[in-house]
Each structure stands twice: as C-alpha cells, then as structure tokens.
Design a protein around this ligand. Structure first.
Ligand SMILES: [Zn+2]
Length: 147
C-alpha cells in the first residue's frame, strides 16, 4: 500500500466511551432525563419532532424549536444483541442495542432491558425507563410493555 505523505493521522478526541457526552445542544435532554422526563425537540414552525438534537428542523429548516415532553412510549424498530463488550469491567454482555420508534415519530438509539433475548420482537411496544448513572447522567433504556 502506498504511503500518503503530509496527511495527519486521524486522531479522534478521546473520551470515556462508557459514558454519554453532553453538549450545549443536548444539555436540555440530559436535564430532562435527570428529572425523569423524556424531552425531544419539536419544531415551532411545522411541529415535526426530531431526534437527535439538531440546530434546525430537517423538514422546514426553521431554527425555532421547543424541548417538548415525549410520551416515552414507542415500538422496537430494530435491534442487535451485543456479545462482546468494549469494556467487560463495566458492560455485561449480552446486551441489546436498540432503535426505538417513538410514538411522536423520531427514532432513538437506546438499549432494550428487562426482556429475555428470545422474546424480543420487532414492533413490540416499549416504554422508557430512566436509570441514574450519577449526578450528571440518567440514561434512558426502554423495556417491553403491554399495549
Ligand atoms: Zn419544521
């Protein structure tokens, strides 16, 4: 393979990958989870809910937005079962990495918990369950619920 010259090596910022990272944009979301509320941006112009936090509405490009309380309900859109932990001392395997379609519309990357692996079904109804990590972060896994 030919060597490329004068190209700096890709050096992504290092952070603790076992913890979320709050940004100025996502701070209201994390403040919500600490209080047991799932806040999601909703466009003030067209009403579109969006996740992840973004500066402008992907539908109408308006920057006018409100952090609105979502129902915390949705359905399992997709998932994968992770058998190999990035940090075995902190993450037990297997665990379920899931995409949940919120009742309000957006899709949210999360974990599915309290569900036997052989009972996971796409489209199953789920609800958020807040889990406090520490004073800064409360995470938001989802768990199966009856309709
Ligand atoms: Zn909009």
């Amino acid at each position: 393979m030919p060597q490329r010259k004068n190209v700096p090596a890709f050096d992504p910022p290092r952070h603790d990958r076992t913890r979320p990272q709050a940004t100025e944009l996502s701070a209201p979301f994390w403040e919500g989870t600490r209080g047991g509320v799932l806040l999601v941006q909703r466009c003030d112009e067209c009403g579109t809910w969006r996740w992840t936090p973004q500066l402008a509405c992907p539908r109408c490009w308006s920057e006018a937005t409100t952090w609105a309380e979502a129902s915390g309900r949705g359905s399992l859109y997709s998932y994968t079962i992770v058998h190999r932990s990035i940090d075995p001392s902190r993450f037990e395997t297997p665990y379920v990495l899931a995409v949940v379609k919120l009742a309000e519309g957006p899709h949210m990357l999360t974990n599915l918990v309290d569900c036997p692996l052989d009972e996971i079904e796409v489209d199953m109804p789920v609800a958020v369950r807040f889990e406090r990590l520490d004073d800064e972060f409360t995470v938001y896994p989802f768990t199966p619920v009856k309709d």
